[in-house]
Every structure is written in structure tokens, then in C-alpha cells.
Write a protein that binds this ligand. Sequence first.
Ligand SMILES: Nc1ncnc2c1ncn2[C@@H]1O[C@H](COP(=O)(O)OP(=O)(O)OP(=O)(O)O)[C@@H](O)[C@H]1O
Length: 331
Amino acid sequence: MGLEISDVSLHYGRKQILKHINLQVAAGEILTLFGPSGVGKTTILKLIAGMQPLQSGALDFRGDFSQERTILVLQDFWLFPHMTVFENIAFGLKVRHVNTTQIAQQVQAMITILKLQGLADHFPDQLSGGQQQRVALARAIVLKPKLLLLDEPFASLDSSLRQKMHQLLLELQQQYHFGVILVTHDRDEAFELSDRLAVLIDGEIQQIGTPQTIYEQPQTRQVAAFIGGMNFLAGIIQGQQFQFESQEITVVNPNQLTGPVQLVIPYEVAASLSHSGIQAEIVSLQWQPSGVLAHLRVGQQTLVLTNIQGELHPGEVVYLQFGANLQVVAN
Ligand SMILES: Nc1ncnc2c1ncn2[C@@H]1O[C@H](COP(=O)(O)OP(=O)(O)OP(=O)(O)O)[C@@H](O)[C@H]1O
């Protein structure tokens, strides 16, 4: 059961937007499309929903997945302004000729689940952003989708409301077991909600994997840079030995690169002081709620780290050992 997208490419005029996209989403899975603005994420959702004709490649809906049971919730979610909350949620059921008693029952159930009690007679402009967002979700979920396509659904909400909506989405998804393809720019949202992340850059999927794999083992410099919060240390790789600034350490080299490369060091990687490892001078320290932010100098290059265990003093030279394997990517 699920959806398989095979070798989908798309042009708008002469401009190629999507290049040979291959993706699968399974029942009950949350797959996130993550990438810079304009890379074609919304276009992929529109292709799946049938709002944009396929130019090449194939969409294969399997088991009880189908385009009819796929619902797209767009970024600005377009509630009907002249309809009440009840009527907005009921709209899709009416179009599908569901009888009035069943509509009343199903809409009422959605109102309860999405905590919209007391608002059934309100119009969209009488609702807060979070309430409008819950109506948009209710309107989609009442149609019992197998696949829900969400385009930046929480972008307009403040961070505490966004957190609540994340929780609600996870609860709804467990209850109704639909697959989700989520589009977001927000790294924390992508990490929090996704079973798998697909990183799109320049119209191509550069990497697909769990949030942890993408964070700890980015395949390319572009992926690491887009994820953000990463240091890049330039040097030379031979086998597993990385030489930089007159130093050498053992690293992971999954793509068996040779010659000039970049070592990727996440700001948040656990680091401890030791007698060996990367030699660095502490330039400055800055307190933050999540830990002390250390600016370090490694030869001619700089590093930012937020998770160093031990007593730190500006001006001191330290040796750092890392709690995770560090990996190199091509320049
Ligand atoms: N109907 C259209 N005709 C021509 N170009 C289009 C059309 N729709 C989108 N585009 C262009 O295609 C590219 C991809 O658009 P799309 O909305 O899919 O990107 P996105 O990754 O979702 O961006 P964002 O994150 O900003 O929403 C953009 O350059 C956009 O300007």
C-alpha cells in the first residue's frame, strides 16, 4: 500500500523544474520534502493531487491508495469565507453526495477531535490562525484520505501553536493511519515530524533518509549546508585519514573521496576535552539557554560548537574528541 513516484520530470516552458524524481510513501508514514524556495516541492504535491498534469514519469497508487483518496491542503488553505466552520468541513462530503445525517455525524466528530467545539457557526474571519488551520485539517480528514499532502501547513503559526499542531497531526495520523507528504522550510519541524526526509536541491532529490541519517551523514555539501548549523573544515582525505591545518584525524569517508574535501562538523555534536583530537584555540564563549556557544580557531579556519563538555576558557588551546563519527563531503 502506498504511492510510488518514478522518474518524474517537469518543465515550465523551457525551465526544467523537476529532474527524475523517485519517491515512495507508505501507509502511516510521514515523508517530508525539504528544500530551498522554488525548488519544486509544491509542484510535486500538485502532480500527486492531479492538479498539475504529468509530463514524464509515473505515479503508481497501490492498494487502497488512489488520487481520489489523496487530499492536498495548500499553504493558505482557502477556507470558504461565506461558509461557517460546519459548512466548510461538510463541503467535501456534500460534493460526494453523502446523506445529511451522516454529514452531521462526521462533521461533529471532526469538530470534537480537532477541538473546535462552540465554533461550528462561526465564519473563518471570526477564527484565530490556529483555529482556521484546524478547520482546514478537519475539512481534509473528514474525507478519510489515505494520503494527505500538506504544503507548509503551520508556517503562519507562532512557535507554541505550531508545536501543538505538530502533536495534533501525529495523533490524527496514528488514529486514521494516513500517509503524509509534508512540505516545509522549517528544519526543526522536518526533524520532529518526519519518518523520512527527502532533500530537494536544484530540482533533484539529493538525499532521502531518516532525520538522524540526514543530519549525521549528509551525502553532499549542499545537503549539509541546507540542513544548517554545520561547520565545514577544508582539508585533504586519503582513505579514512583527514589532514588539515597540520593536523590529522580519522574520519568516515562513505563515498571514498580522495584529495581536497570538507569535513562536516554539526554545531551541536557532542565534544569533550581530551589529550588528543582536533587542536583548537577558544576564541570566545557565549552563554545560551541550550548551552555555551564556543567560537574556536583551528589554524586558519573557524569552528562553532555548542555542546563541549568541560571547563572552557577564552584563549586556551584544547584538544577535542567528538561523540559521533565525523564525515567528509566533496567540496
Ligand atoms: N504555473 C506555473 N508556471 C510557470 N512557472 C511556475 C508555475 N508554478 C510554479 N512555477 C515555478 O516553478 C518553480 C517551482 O515552484 P514550486 O512552487 O513548486 O516551488 P516550491 O519548492 O514549493 O517553493 P516554495 O518553497 O517557495 O513554496 C518556481 O520557480 C516557480 O516560480
